[in-house]
Design a protein around this ligand. Sequence first.
Ligand SMILES: Cc1ncc(COP(=O)(O)O)c(C=O)c1O
Length: 411
Amino acid sequence: MNSVTDTRATASSAAIAVEEAHTAHNYHPLEVVVAHGEGAWLTDVEGRKYLDCLAAYSAVNFGHGHPLLVAAAKAQLDRITLTSRAFHNDQLGPFAAALAQLAGKDMVLPMNTGAEAVESGIKVARAWGYRVKGVKPNQAKIIVMDGNFHGRTTTIISFSNDDQARADFGPFTPGFVSVPYGDAAALEAAIDENTVAVLVEPIQGEAGILIPPADYLPRVRAITTKHNVLFIADEIQSGLGRTGATFQCDNSNVIPDLYLLGKALGGGIVPVSAVVGNADILGVLHAGEHGSTFGGNPLAAAVGLAVVKLLATGGPQERARVLGERLQGGIRSLIGHGVIAVRGAGLWVGVDIDPAIGTGRAVCEKLMERGVLVKDTHGSTIRFAPPIVATVDDLDFAVAQLEAVLKEMAL
Ligand SMILES: Cc1ncc(COP(=O)(O)O)c(C=O)c1O
């Protein structure tokens, strides 16, 4: 190693060492220390460039440092950033109105993280069940799906099937029943007079980008309507352009009662989440029953409004659809060459690696060495979700690197 390389390696390992020493070890990051991002590309502390094929789990759908989003944030930073909801601010109304219009709904409950949107949706559904549907006190039941991922709070992990997410974190919150994902008959059989809602990811992202049968979401809609049960779509990862539509539900021509949104709603700049629905449901909440100091803050609202304006053009959705075909086609060509299955919707692709070749993590590490950052899930699956601003050349580069890594590992 010459002295220049020495200094570079030192910068990276020093940054990792200090982080490891002073943060809880609840993640197992790849050994790359990012210092800069622009569009679909990241640069590490040693000046190496990487194509970002994770986009912060779809929070960076519009790319790093999108000029319109950064401009909205910078302008708002100079005005006012936080008031709490004890006072009104002049950004929340326009943001909520625009988001409600984008979703074709009446109103918005603004929060910060995805898990908070899920928690809020659960509370709204329970209150609706007692106050509108007439469910007996404390009997409300919400149906969830096997393999779900909705976040990390104690209530949310109460209905996870992932042992690692639950171990040693009980006791758990009651009131949830889990049924197989994609099985509409099992869902209907689980409904009783206490059921207030069905909570479903239109595509299960963390489970490996699992796409249910084409008639599943329409059947969920029909069943929930028939039994007077709310249909809550967690579009925190699937929504806002990623799958080639504003919402993945759009791809099935389905309108849920409540959308749960997060991640990309904050433009990769600030945490912004929301529950979006009509007044007959969200209107059940009264003052003092729910809230968050940061929810609906002016900085978040200004960035959120800029995100909604971007999506209202339809441009990101169309780009994700067209580029998605390119990326999916490229990765599908590797089936039989180290890839055993590919599932995709728009620019969101789950790739099952042949376990005989190596783990998903090993593939991610080798891709990192070749300038592509991706993340594994569930052992041998990796997912590609590059920012929608990526170019055709970027996607072809990612596929070429994957092909090279698989060849290398098969040797
Ligand atoms: C579908 C879904 N819901 C909820 C969440 C939780 O979001 P957050 O990490 O912002 O709490 C995630 C995060 O990955 C998600 O994918």
